[in-house]
Design a protein around this ligand. Structure first.
Ligand code: FHN
Length: 437
């Protein structure tokens, strides 16, 4: 073989091997993972729960940080954590009755306390509290029994472990930063991932905490995601890093804002990707964890409209509750869940399996759609006649309530559809359904 031919063959081998190397790095979700994504996207409504022994302080989930508490003294409070009224089945039933199809609970928040039976640490619900019951395990069982999907929130930030490299937070709680050892911490997290993925019916992992370090900090996230998907390829991974989706992720979340908005200030760098979307928001206007003084709960009307708006932007809504230290859900949270359930039982068809409609947000409200049916959600409108931009044909136009036919006029030249609503809309959400042929 001539030297030129040898060089050509060698170059060809290098190119092909590089191609395979690159392809090997491109994440390929499995069919079951894609099915989980599709199911997640159809469900549209989930319940978020921020719960830990920090609920005993009644000052939210950041009390350790906000009060600059000593981590060891703070950990002593776990010895009194006994949520005697916790009933996983009652919780799951309340969420399902509200119309939610999945739940996401903090199995380990920034304080590093594990609400599940972990062999990787004694700072967990079994070893550090008198309760000694696997809260995540009981919720997983209740979800299986009642048909609710379980997602687990897991913090990459840790305010109490010495091997976690101290970042923007956790600086004043008595740790010796010189003992940081990210490899040790990474292996601890991998050990817990294996527990969470094999001990429970975990459909998704909801990561948080990345902003604790600057963007050049090496979390070894690709290795972490590969490890997770090597154990459970169908597990959905989402990470609340407030930026565009990262290779290996299966859904994209937005905090306190609808996709594309940035009113709360977390989503400045979060360009909307192609993955299923989810926005999360608190039921009270304050913290995620239980705050004894935070009784400013959003109204049922506001929560329903938020859910409808989320769906109008092809997003799920994950609405958060902070359970009390005794294992009960705040009365106001139960009240809101009840009100949402009453609405969802009547109008859930305009939410489940729906995505964005043909119109961007209008002064009167938003649109959702499913198949050949579009739903106009009129929140505030003071006329009995509505004209919208519209192209294409119409099979029928109904008031969703009772599917009562409405008079309409299609103007193909002006590309408008004028609908006689019969009366000026009132209430939380007047829904008009437009069925195309
Ligand atoms: O610091 C956390 C906070 O406690 C809460 O868990 C929220 C939920 O999205 N995420 C972080 C703040 O961005």
């Amino acid at each position: 073989m001539s030297s030129h031919l040898k060089q050509f063959v060698l170059c060809l081998i290098v190119i092909v091997s590089c191609t395979f190397t690159i392809e090997a790095q491109t994440y390929q979700p499995t069919e079951k993972n894609l099915q989980n994504r599709a199911d997640f996207e159809k469900e549209r409504f989930g319940i978020f729960l921020h719960w830990g022994f920090y609920s005993m302080f009644g000052q939210g989930e950041w009390v350790l940080e906000h009060q600059k508490l000593n981590k060891d003294e703070y950990a002593c409070a776990a010895r009194g954590f006994y949520p005697s009224k916790f009933n996983a089945s009652e919780w799951v039933k309340a969420f399902l009755d509200a119309g939610a199809k999945y739940m996401c609970i903090t199995c380990r928040h920034h304080d590093g306390f594990s609400m599940f039976d972990s062999k990787a640490t004694d700072f967990d619900i079994i070893d550090a509290t008198p309760f000694k019951r696997d809260i995540i395990g009981e919720l997983s069982k209740a979800c299986d029994e009642q048909g609710m999907a379980l997602h687990l929130y897991y913090s990459l930030t840790d305010w109490t472990r010495e091997d976690y490299p101290i970042g923007n937070t956790g600086k004043y709680n008595g740790r010796d930063g010189s003992r940081a050892d990210y490899n040790s911490y990474f292996n601890f997290m991998k050990a817990q991932m294996k527990e969470l993925l094999t001990q429970y019916s975990t459909r998704a992992l909801w990561f948080d905490g990345i902003p604790d370090h600057p963007s050049d900090f090496n979390w070894r996230i690709d290795e972490f995601y590969d490890y997770i998907h090597s154990i459970k390829p169908e597990c959905l991974i989402g990470n609340n890093h407030h930026t565009a989706p990262h290779e290996g992720e299966d859904f994209q979340m937005f905090e306190r804002d609808l996709p594309g908005e940035n009113k709360a200030g977390y989503s400045g760098g979060a360009t909307i990707g192609k993955l299923p979307l989810e926005m999360c928001q608190t039921m009270p206007t304050g913290s995620w964890g239980y705050s004894v003084d935070d009784l400013s709960f959003r109204s049922v009307e506001e929560l329903i409209r938020l859910l409808v708006k989320a769906v109008s932007k092809n997003s799920n809504l994950l609405i958060n509750i902070g359970p009390r230290a005794d294992g009960t859900l705040p009365d106001l949270a139960l009240d809101r869940l009840k009100g949402m359930g009453e609405w969802m039982r009547k109008y859930g068809d305009t939410i489940y399996g729906n995505g964005a409609g043909s119109l961007p947000e209008q002064p009167w409200g938003v649109t959702t759609s499913c198949g050949n049916t579009e739903y106009l959600h009129l929140f505030t409108y003071d006329s009995a006649t509505l004209e919208i931009p519209f192209t294409g044909k119409v099979k029928k136009v109904n008031l969703f309530d009772g599917h009562q036919p409405l008079k309409y006029k299609l103007n193909k030249k002006a590309k408008t559809l004028t609908i006689e609503l019969g009366q000026v809309p009132s209430g939380i959400d007047t829904i008009v359904e437009i069925v195309r042929p």
